[in-house]
Design a protein around this ligand. Sequence first.
Ligand SMILES: Cc1ncc(COP(=O)(O)O)c(C=O)c1O
Length: 461
Amino acid sequence: MTAPGKDHNAELQAAAKRNLWLHFTRMSSYSDNDIPMIVRGSGQYVYDQHGKRYLDGLSGLFVSQIGHGRREVAEAGARQGSELAYFPLWSYAHPRAIELAERLADLAPGDLNRVFFTTSGSEAVESAWKLAKQYFKIVGEPGRYKVISRDIAYHGTSMGALAITGLAGIKAPFEPLPPGGIRVPNTNFYRAPEFVAGDLEGFGRWAAGEIERAILREGPDSVAAVFLEPLQNSGGCFPPPPGYFGRVREICDRYGVLLVSDEVICAFGRLGYYFGSQRYRYQPDIITFAKGVTSGYSPLGGMLVSDRLMEPFTAGPASFLHGVTFAGHPVSCAVALANLDVFEKEDLLGNVRANEAGFRATLRKLNDLPIVGDVRGDGYFYGIELVKDKSTRETFSDSESERLLRGYLSQALFDAGLVCRADDRGDPVIQLAPPLTCTQEHFDEMEQILRSVLTKAWARL
Ligand SMILES: Cc1ncc(COP(=O)(O)O)c(C=O)c1O
Protein backbone atom coordinates (compact mmCIF):
# COMPACT_ATOMS: atom_id res chain seq x y z
CA MET A 1 0.00 0.00 0.00
CA THR A 2 1.21 3.49 -0.82
CA ALA A 3 2.08 5.69 2.14
CA PRO A 4 -0.50 8.42 2.79
CA GLY A 5 0.44 11.70 1.18
CA LYS A 6 -0.03 13.65 -2.01
CA ASP A 7 0.41 10.66 -4.32
CA HIS A 8 -1.89 8.50 -2.27
CA ASN A 9 -4.58 11.18 -2.33
CA ALA A 10 -4.29 11.42 -6.09
CA GLU A 11 -4.58 7.65 -6.37
CA LEU A 12 -7.65 7.62 -4.14
CA GLN A 13 -9.21 10.37 -6.20
CA ALA A 14 -8.63 8.44 -9.42
CA ALA A 15 -9.97 5.22 -7.88
CA ALA A 16 -13.04 7.05 -6.55
CA LYS A 17 -13.80 8.32 -10.03
CA ARG A 18 -13.21 4.90 -11.54
CA ASN A 19 -14.84 2.59 -9.00
CA LEU A 20 -17.00 4.32 -6.42
CA TRP A 21 -20.68 5.12 -6.98
CA LEU A 22 -21.96 7.94 -4.75
CA HIS A 23 -25.56 7.88 -3.58
CA PHE A 24 -28.08 10.36 -5.00
CA THR A 25 -25.16 12.01 -6.81
CA ARG A 26 -24.72 13.21 -10.36
CA MET A 27 -21.40 11.50 -11.02
CA SER A 28 -20.85 13.67 -14.09
CA SER A 29 -20.42 16.71 -11.86
CA TYR A 30 -17.09 15.23 -10.79
CA SER A 31 -15.70 14.56 -14.24
CA ASP A 32 -13.71 17.79 -14.08
CA ASN A 33 -13.66 18.31 -10.31
CA ASP A 34 -12.31 16.37 -7.37
CA ILE A 35 -14.74 14.35 -5.31
CA PRO A 36 -14.70 15.84 -1.80
CA MET A 37 -13.08 13.37 0.54
CA ILE A 38 -13.44 13.48 4.30
CA VAL A 39 -10.69 11.56 6.08
CA ARG A 40 -11.23 12.14 9.78
CA GLY A 41 -13.39 13.80 12.37
CA SER A 42 -12.97 15.30 15.81
CA GLY A 43 -15.77 16.77 17.90
CA GLN A 44 -17.96 19.02 15.79
CA TYR A 45 -15.47 19.14 12.91
CA VAL A 46 -14.37 16.95 10.02
CA TYR A 47 -11.20 17.22 7.94
CA ASP A 48 -10.51 16.59 4.27
CA GLN A 49 -7.47 14.94 2.69
CA HIS A 50 -5.60 18.26 2.64
CA GLY A 51 -6.19 18.82 6.35
CA LYS A 52 -8.82 21.52 5.79
CA ARG A 53 -11.38 21.75 8.58
CA TYR A 54 -15.17 21.88 8.16
CA LEU A 55 -17.87 22.46 10.76
CA ASP A 56 -20.18 19.47 10.47
CA GLY A 57 -23.46 21.35 10.38
CA LEU A 58 -25.41 18.26 9.30
CA SER A 59 -23.92 15.62 11.63
CA GLY A 60 -22.82 13.82 8.47
CA LEU A 61 -26.38 13.01 7.45
CA PHE A 62 -28.35 13.70 10.66
CA VAL A 63 -26.29 10.97 12.32
CA SER A 64 -23.30 12.11 14.43
CA GLN A 65 -25.18 13.26 17.54
CA ILE A 66 -22.21 12.91 19.91
CA GLY A 67 -19.73 14.28 17.38
CA HIS A 68 -16.69 12.66 15.83
CA GLY A 69 -13.66 10.85 17.17
CA ARG A 70 -15.06 9.39 20.39
CA ARG A 71 -12.56 6.74 21.29
CA GLU A 72 -14.68 5.12 24.02
CA VAL A 73 -17.52 4.45 21.59
CA ALA A 74 -15.22 3.06 18.90
CA GLU A 75 -13.50 0.89 21.50
CA ALA A 76 -16.82 -0.52 22.72
CA GLY A 77 -17.34 -1.76 19.16
CA ALA A 78 -13.84 -3.21 18.95
CA ARG A 79 -14.24 -5.03 22.28
CA GLN A 80 -17.53 -6.52 21.17
CA GLY A 81 -16.00 -7.57 17.84
CA SER A 82 -13.40 -9.66 19.60
CA GLU A 83 -15.90 -11.14 22.07
CA LEU A 84 -18.69 -11.99 19.61
CA ALA A 85 -18.53 -10.31 16.23
CA TYR A 86 -21.69 -11.78 14.83
CA PHE A 87 -24.63 -13.88 15.63
CA PRO A 88 -28.11 -13.50 14.13
CA LEU A 89 -31.28 -12.49 15.93
CA TRP A 90 -33.09 -15.26 14.08
CA SER A 91 -34.11 -17.59 16.94
CA TYR A 92 -31.12 -16.52 19.07
CA ALA A 93 -30.40 -13.51 21.22
CA HIS A 94 -27.09 -11.99 22.30
CA PRO A 95 -26.41 -9.89 25.40
CA ARG A 96 -25.88 -6.51 23.72
CA ALA A 97 -29.14 -6.72 21.73
CA ILE A 98 -31.02 -7.63 24.92
CA GLU A 99 -29.42 -4.83 26.92
CA LEU A 100 -30.06 -2.28 24.19
CA ALA A 101 -33.67 -3.38 23.69
CA GLU A 102 -34.29 -3.03 27.43
CA ARG A 103 -32.66 0.39 27.53
CA LEU A 104 -34.56 1.70 24.51
CA ALA A 105 -37.86 0.39 25.89
CA ASP A 106 -37.13 2.28 29.14
CA LEU A 107 -36.44 5.50 27.26
CA ALA A 108 -39.38 5.24 24.86
CA PRO A 109 -42.78 6.78 25.60
CA GLY A 110 -45.68 4.70 26.97
CA ASP A 111 -45.94 1.01 26.21
CA LEU A 112 -43.46 0.85 23.34
CA ASN A 113 -41.72 -2.06 24.98
CA ARG A 114 -40.67 -4.29 22.11
CA VAL A 115 -37.69 -3.61 19.87
CA PHE A 116 -37.28 -5.10 16.41
CA PHE A 117 -33.82 -4.24 15.09
CA THR A 118 -32.84 -3.52 11.49
CA THR A 119 -29.68 -2.12 9.96
CA SER A 120 -31.09 1.14 8.55
CA GLY A 121 -33.93 3.62 8.55
CA SER A 122 -35.41 2.37 5.28
CA GLU A 123 -35.51 -1.14 6.71
CA ALA A 124 -37.15 0.20 9.87
CA VAL A 125 -39.88 1.90 7.83
CA GLU A 126 -40.26 -1.16 5.62
CA SER A 127 -40.55 -3.34 8.75
CA ALA A 128 -43.19 -1.07 10.29
CA TRP A 129 -45.39 -1.29 7.20
CA LYS A 130 -44.95 -5.06 7.03
CA LEU A 131 -45.76 -5.40 10.72
CA ALA A 132 -48.91 -3.28 10.30
CA LYS A 133 -50.04 -5.47 7.42
CA GLN A 134 -49.34 -8.76 9.16
CA TYR A 135 -50.84 -7.54 12.44
CA PHE A 136 -54.14 -6.62 10.77
CA LYS A 137 -54.27 -9.98 8.98
CA ILE A 138 -53.83 -11.81 12.27
CA VAL A 139 -56.45 -9.78 14.15
CA GLY A 140 -59.04 -10.30 11.43
CA GLU A 141 -58.86 -7.03 9.49
CA PRO A 142 -57.06 -8.28 6.38
CA GLY A 143 -58.25 -5.41 4.17
CA ARG A 144 -56.04 -2.88 5.93
CA TYR A 145 -52.88 -2.33 3.93
CA LYS A 146 -52.74 1.34 2.88
CA VAL A 147 -50.42 3.89 4.43
CA ILE A 148 -50.87 7.63 4.63
CA SER A 149 -47.88 9.97 4.62
CA ARG A 150 -47.21 13.61 3.81
CA ASP A 151 -46.24 15.48 0.67
CA ILE A 152 -42.48 15.81 0.16
CA ALA A 153 -41.73 13.63 3.23
CA TYR A 154 -38.76 11.28 2.90
CA HIS A 155 -39.14 7.85 4.49
CA GLY A 156 -36.39 5.88 2.73
CA THR A 157 -35.52 4.24 -0.54
CA SER A 158 -36.34 0.53 -0.46
CA MET A 159 -39.47 -0.20 -2.51
CA GLY A 160 -41.91 -0.20 0.41
CA ALA A 161 -40.35 2.82 2.10
CA LEU A 162 -40.26 4.58 -1.27
CA ALA A 163 -44.00 3.97 -1.68
CA ILE A 164 -44.43 5.86 1.62
CA THR A 165 -42.00 8.61 0.60
CA GLY A 166 -43.75 11.68 -0.80
CA LEU A 167 -41.12 12.88 -3.28
CA ALA A 168 -42.39 12.22 -6.79
CA GLY A 169 -38.99 12.87 -8.40
CA ILE A 170 -37.15 10.04 -6.67
CA LYS A 171 -40.06 7.59 -7.10
CA ALA A 172 -40.73 7.99 -10.81
CA PRO A 173 -37.90 5.74 -12.11
CA PHE A 174 -39.08 2.87 -9.91
CA GLU A 175 -42.80 2.86 -10.63
CA PRO A 176 -44.85 0.82 -10.23
CA LEU A 177 -44.23 0.76 -6.50
CA PRO A 178 -46.16 -1.38 -3.99
CA PRO A 179 -49.75 -0.11 -3.98
CA GLY A 180 -51.32 1.70 -1.06
CA GLY A 181 -49.22 4.85 -0.53
CA ILE A 182 -51.59 7.80 0.03
CA ARG A 183 -50.42 11.41 0.33
CA VAL A 184 -51.78 14.24 2.49
CA PRO A 185 -50.55 17.85 2.96
CA ASN A 186 -47.57 18.49 5.18
CA THR A 187 -47.27 21.18 7.85
CA ASN A 188 -45.43 23.85 5.86
CA PHE A 189 -47.02 26.88 7.51
CA TYR A 190 -44.91 29.29 5.46
CA ARG A 191 -46.83 28.05 2.43
CA ALA A 192 -50.18 27.40 4.10
CA PRO A 193 -53.29 27.69 1.93
CA GLU A 194 -54.72 31.19 2.00
CA PHE A 195 -57.79 30.36 4.09
CA VAL A 196 -55.56 29.38 7.05
CA ALA A 197 -52.56 31.60 6.36
CA GLY A 198 -51.60 33.48 9.52
CA ASP A 199 -53.61 31.10 11.76
CA LEU A 200 -51.17 28.44 12.96
CA GLU A 201 -53.66 26.46 15.02
CA GLY A 202 -56.31 26.65 12.31
CA PHE A 203 -53.70 25.44 9.83
CA GLY A 204 -52.87 22.52 12.13
CA ARG A 205 -56.56 21.62 12.47
CA TRP A 206 -56.93 21.68 8.70
CA ALA A 207 -53.74 19.63 8.07
CA ALA A 208 -54.78 16.99 10.63
CA GLY A 209 -58.30 17.02 9.18
CA GLU A 210 -56.82 16.18 5.78
CA ILE A 211 -55.64 12.88 7.29
CA GLU A 212 -59.18 12.11 8.38
CA ARG A 213 -60.53 13.04 4.96
CA ALA A 214 -57.96 10.74 3.31
CA ILE A 215 -58.95 7.86 5.60
CA LEU A 216 -62.64 8.39 4.78
CA ARG A 217 -61.95 8.73 1.07
CA GLU A 218 -59.89 5.54 0.95
CA GLY A 219 -62.26 3.63 3.22
CA PRO A 220 -61.22 3.25 6.87
CA ASP A 221 -61.19 -0.54 6.58
CA SER A 222 -58.42 -0.32 4.00
CA VAL A 223 -56.03 1.95 5.91
CA ALA A 224 -53.35 0.34 8.09
CA ALA A 225 -51.18 3.22 9.26
CA VAL A 226 -50.23 6.87 9.13
CA PHE A 227 -46.46 7.52 8.88
CA LEU A 228 -45.34 10.94 10.13
CA GLU A 229 -42.05 12.43 11.25
CA PRO A 230 -42.35 14.49 14.45
CA LEU A 231 -40.76 17.38 12.55
CA GLN A 232 -40.71 16.81 8.79
CA ASN A 233 -37.23 17.02 7.32
CA SER A 234 -37.73 17.10 3.57
CA GLY A 235 -38.97 20.43 2.31
CA GLY A 236 -36.97 22.14 5.04
CA CYS A 237 -38.01 21.41 8.62
CA PHE A 238 -41.76 21.68 9.11
CA PRO A 239 -42.59 21.61 12.84
CA PRO A 240 -46.08 20.41 13.80
CA PRO A 241 -48.53 23.22 14.63
CA PRO A 242 -49.85 23.20 18.22
CA GLY A 243 -52.56 20.58 18.60
CA TYR A 244 -51.69 18.79 15.37
CA PHE A 245 -50.48 15.51 16.81
CA GLY A 246 -53.23 15.41 19.43
CA ARG A 247 -55.79 15.53 16.64
CA VAL A 248 -53.91 12.99 14.53
CA ARG A 249 -53.86 10.59 17.48
CA GLU A 250 -57.64 11.01 17.94
CA ILE A 251 -58.26 10.46 14.23
CA CYS A 252 -56.12 7.31 14.18
CA ASP A 253 -57.98 5.96 17.23
CA ARG A 254 -61.37 6.80 15.74
CA TYR A 255 -60.67 4.69 12.65
CA GLY A 256 -58.44 2.00 14.14
CA VAL A 257 -55.41 3.19 12.16
CA LEU A 258 -51.86 2.84 13.54
CA LEU A 259 -49.75 5.94 14.12
CA VAL A 260 -46.12 5.36 13.13
CA SER A 261 -43.70 8.06 14.24
CA ASP A 262 -40.78 7.94 11.81
CA GLU A 263 -38.00 9.22 14.05
CA VAL A 264 -35.04 8.18 11.94
CA ILE A 265 -33.88 11.79 12.23
CA CYS A 266 -35.90 13.16 15.16
CA ALA A 267 -34.94 10.61 17.85
CA PHE A 268 -31.83 10.60 20.05
CA GLY A 269 -31.66 14.22 21.01
CA ARG A 270 -32.18 15.98 17.70
CA LEU A 271 -35.18 17.76 19.28
CA GLY A 272 -33.85 17.75 22.86
CA TYR A 273 -35.59 14.49 23.86
CA TYR A 274 -34.77 10.85 23.30
CA PHE A 275 -37.78 10.69 21.01
CA GLY A 276 -39.43 13.45 18.99
CA SER A 277 -42.87 12.23 20.02
CA GLN A 278 -41.91 13.07 23.62
CA ARG A 279 -41.22 16.66 22.65
CA TYR A 280 -44.57 17.07 20.93
CA ARG A 281 -46.39 14.91 23.49
CA TYR A 282 -48.06 12.19 21.48
CA GLN A 283 -48.08 8.45 21.84
CA PRO A 284 -47.22 6.50 18.69
CA ASP A 285 -48.01 2.81 18.11
CA ILE A 286 -44.61 2.34 16.48
CA ILE A 287 -41.45 4.45 16.46
CA THR A 288 -38.92 3.85 13.70
CA PHE A 289 -35.34 4.88 14.43
CA ALA A 290 -31.78 4.60 13.02
CA LYS A 291 -28.99 7.20 12.55
CA GLY A 292 -28.47 8.77 16.01
CA VAL A 293 -28.95 5.51 17.92
CA THR A 294 -25.25 4.82 17.28
CA SER A 295 -24.20 8.34 16.25
CA GLY A 296 -22.87 6.54 13.19
CA TYR A 297 -20.06 4.62 14.88
CA SER A 298 -21.71 1.52 13.39
CA PRO A 299 -24.96 1.09 11.43
CA LEU A 300 -28.18 0.21 13.22
CA GLY A 301 -31.90 0.86 12.93
CA GLY A 302 -35.09 -0.57 14.32
CA MET A 303 -38.61 -0.08 15.48
CA LEU A 304 -40.15 0.20 18.92
CA VAL A 305 -43.53 -1.50 19.01
CA SER A 306 -46.42 -1.18 21.46
CA ASP A 307 -47.52 -4.06 23.67
CA ARG A 308 -50.86 -4.09 21.85
CA LEU A 309 -49.23 -4.74 18.47
CA MET A 310 -46.93 -7.35 19.93
CA GLU A 311 -49.72 -9.20 21.70
CA PRO A 312 -50.87 -11.45 18.80
CA PHE A 313 -47.24 -12.52 18.35
CA THR A 314 -46.74 -13.59 21.95
CA ALA A 315 -48.89 -16.74 21.92
CA GLY A 316 -49.62 -19.57 19.50
CA PRO A 317 -47.98 -20.16 16.15
CA ALA A 318 -47.74 -16.55 14.93
CA SER A 319 -44.34 -15.10 14.14
CA PHE A 320 -43.46 -11.87 12.37
CA LEU A 321 -42.30 -13.23 9.01
CA HIS A 322 -39.53 -10.76 8.47
CA GLY A 323 -35.82 -10.39 9.24
CA VAL A 324 -32.43 -9.30 7.94
CA THR A 325 -29.04 -10.90 8.54
CA PHE A 326 -27.22 -7.98 10.12
CA ALA A 327 -30.10 -6.52 12.15
CA GLY A 328 -29.11 -5.89 15.75
CA HIS A 329 -25.47 -6.62 14.92
CA PRO A 330 -23.55 -7.18 18.20
CA VAL A 331 -20.95 -4.52 17.35
CA SER A 332 -23.66 -1.97 16.52
CA CYS A 333 -25.59 -2.76 19.71
CA ALA A 334 -22.43 -2.38 21.83
CA VAL A 335 -21.72 0.92 20.10
CA ALA A 336 -25.31 2.11 20.66
CA LEU A 337 -25.00 1.37 24.39
CA ALA A 338 -21.75 3.32 24.58
CA ASN A 339 -23.35 6.14 22.59
CA LEU A 340 -26.24 6.32 25.08
CA ASP A 341 -23.69 6.38 27.92
CA VAL A 342 -22.22 9.55 26.37
CA PHE A 343 -25.72 11.06 26.13
CA GLU A 344 -26.19 10.47 29.85
CA LYS A 345 -22.71 11.42 31.04
CA GLU A 346 -22.70 14.70 29.13
CA ASP A 347 -26.41 15.45 29.43
CA LEU A 348 -26.68 16.04 25.70
CA LEU A 349 -30.46 16.40 25.85
CA GLY A 350 -29.95 19.12 28.46
CA ASN A 351 -27.39 20.80 26.20
CA VAL A 352 -29.84 20.91 23.29
CA ARG A 353 -32.66 22.23 25.46
CA ALA A 354 -30.44 24.87 27.06
CA ASN A 355 -28.95 26.08 23.77
CA GLU A 356 -31.71 25.70 21.20
CA ALA A 357 -33.08 29.19 21.79
CA GLY A 358 -29.59 30.59 21.11
CA PHE A 359 -29.29 28.49 17.96
CA ARG A 360 -32.65 29.71 16.72
CA ALA A 361 -31.91 33.36 17.53
CA THR A 362 -28.52 33.16 15.81
CA LEU A 363 -29.96 31.68 12.63
CA ARG A 364 -32.83 34.16 12.66
CA LYS A 365 -30.31 36.98 12.34
CA LEU A 366 -30.12 35.83 8.71
CA ASN A 367 -33.67 37.08 8.25
CA ASP A 368 -32.22 40.46 7.31
CA LEU A 369 -30.89 38.98 4.04
CA PRO A 370 -33.18 39.44 1.02
CA ILE A 371 -32.76 35.79 -0.02
CA VAL A 372 -33.88 34.33 3.33
CA GLY A 373 -37.64 33.76 3.38
CA ASP A 374 -38.10 31.62 6.49
CA VAL A 375 -35.99 30.12 9.27
CA ARG A 376 -37.80 27.25 10.98
CA GLY A 377 -37.26 24.21 13.10
CA ASP A 378 -36.82 23.05 16.69
CA GLY A 379 -34.03 21.63 18.81
CA TYR A 380 -30.84 21.28 16.78
CA PHE A 381 -32.71 20.95 13.50
CA TYR A 382 -33.32 23.93 11.22
CA GLY A 383 -34.28 24.72 7.66
CA ILE A 384 -33.68 28.06 5.96
CA GLU A 385 -35.97 28.61 3.00
CA LEU A 386 -34.54 30.72 0.19
CA VAL A 387 -36.80 32.96 -1.86
CA LYS A 388 -36.54 35.24 -4.85
CA ASP A 389 -38.87 37.82 -3.36
CA LYS A 390 -39.32 38.06 0.37
CA SER A 391 -42.49 40.12 0.29
CA THR A 392 -44.41 37.83 -2.10
CA ARG A 393 -42.59 34.64 -0.98
CA GLU A 394 -41.98 33.91 -4.65
CA THR A 395 -39.70 30.92 -5.02
CA PHE A 396 -37.10 30.19 -7.68
CA SER A 397 -37.88 28.55 -11.01
CA ASP A 398 -36.43 25.07 -11.56
CA SER A 399 -33.57 26.43 -13.62
CA GLU A 400 -32.78 29.21 -11.14
CA SER A 401 -32.87 26.68 -8.33
CA GLU A 402 -30.56 24.41 -10.28
CA ARG A 403 -28.11 27.26 -10.85
CA LEU A 404 -28.37 28.53 -7.30
CA LEU A 405 -28.24 25.29 -5.32
CA ARG A 406 -26.35 22.85 -7.47
CA GLY A 407 -24.40 25.41 -9.45
CA TYR A 408 -23.25 27.52 -6.54
CA LEU A 409 -24.47 27.19 -2.97
CA SER A 410 -23.60 23.58 -2.16
CA GLN A 411 -20.01 23.97 -3.27
CA ALA A 412 -19.59 27.51 -1.92
CA LEU A 413 -20.78 26.54 1.57
CA PHE A 414 -18.47 23.56 1.60
CA ASP A 415 -15.56 25.65 0.32
CA ALA A 416 -16.29 28.13 3.10
CA GLY A 417 -15.92 25.34 5.66
CA LEU A 418 -19.50 24.33 6.44
CA VAL A 419 -21.06 20.93 5.87
CA CYS A 420 -24.80 21.45 5.46
CA ARG A 421 -27.35 20.57 2.86
CA ALA A 422 -28.74 22.71 0.08
CA ASP A 423 -31.88 20.85 -0.94
CA ASP A 424 -34.37 21.55 -3.71
CA ARG A 425 -36.66 18.58 -3.33
CA GLY A 426 -39.35 21.00 -2.22
CA ASP A 427 -38.71 24.74 -2.35
CA PRO A 428 -34.98 25.52 -2.04
CA VAL A 429 -33.75 25.21 1.53
CA ILE A 430 -30.55 24.90 3.52
CA GLN A 431 -30.71 22.26 6.23
CA LEU A 432 -28.76 22.34 9.49
CA ALA A 433 -28.58 19.56 12.07
CA PRO A 434 -25.25 19.84 13.91
CA PRO A 435 -23.88 17.52 16.61
CA LEU A 436 -25.70 17.88 19.93
CA THR A 437 -22.48 19.02 21.58
CA CYS A 438 -22.51 22.33 19.68
CA THR A 439 -22.66 25.59 21.59
CA GLN A 440 -22.91 29.30 20.75
CA GLU A 441 -19.45 29.49 19.13
CA HIS A 442 -20.55 26.91 16.55
CA PHE A 443 -23.88 28.66 15.92
CA ASP A 444 -21.96 31.89 15.31
CA GLU A 445 -19.61 30.14 12.91
CA MET A 446 -22.55 28.71 10.95
CA GLU A 447 -24.26 32.08 10.83
CA GLN A 448 -21.15 33.88 9.61
CA ILE A 449 -20.47 31.37 6.84
CA LEU A 450 -24.12 31.33 5.75
CA ARG A 451 -24.28 35.13 5.78
CA SER A 452 -21.25 35.52 3.60
CA VAL A 453 -22.17 32.79 1.09
CA LEU A 454 -25.86 33.76 0.85
CA THR A 455 -24.90 37.39 0.30
CA LYS A 456 -22.67 36.35 -2.61
CA ALA A 457 -25.43 34.05 -3.95
CA TRP A 458 -27.88 36.96 -3.99
CA ALA A 459 -25.40 39.14 -5.84
CA ARG A 460 -25.04 36.48 -8.53
CA LEU A 461 -28.78 36.18 -9.21
C1 LIG B 1 -37.44 10.14 8.24
C2 LIG B 1 -36.58 9.16 7.55
N1 LIG B 1 -37.02 7.89 7.40
C3 LIG B 1 -36.26 6.95 6.81
C4 LIG B 1 -35.01 7.25 6.31
C5 LIG B 1 -34.18 6.20 5.66
O1 LIG B 1 -33.08 5.88 6.44
P1 LIG B 1 -31.80 5.13 5.81
O2 LIG B 1 -31.12 6.10 4.91
O3 LIG B 1 -31.00 4.75 7.01
O4 LIG B 1 -32.32 3.93 5.07
C6 LIG B 1 -34.51 8.54 6.46
C7 LIG B 1 -33.17 8.89 5.97
O5 LIG B 1 -32.74 10.01 5.99
C8 LIG B 1 -35.32 9.53 7.08
O6 LIG B 1 -34.89 10.79 7.21
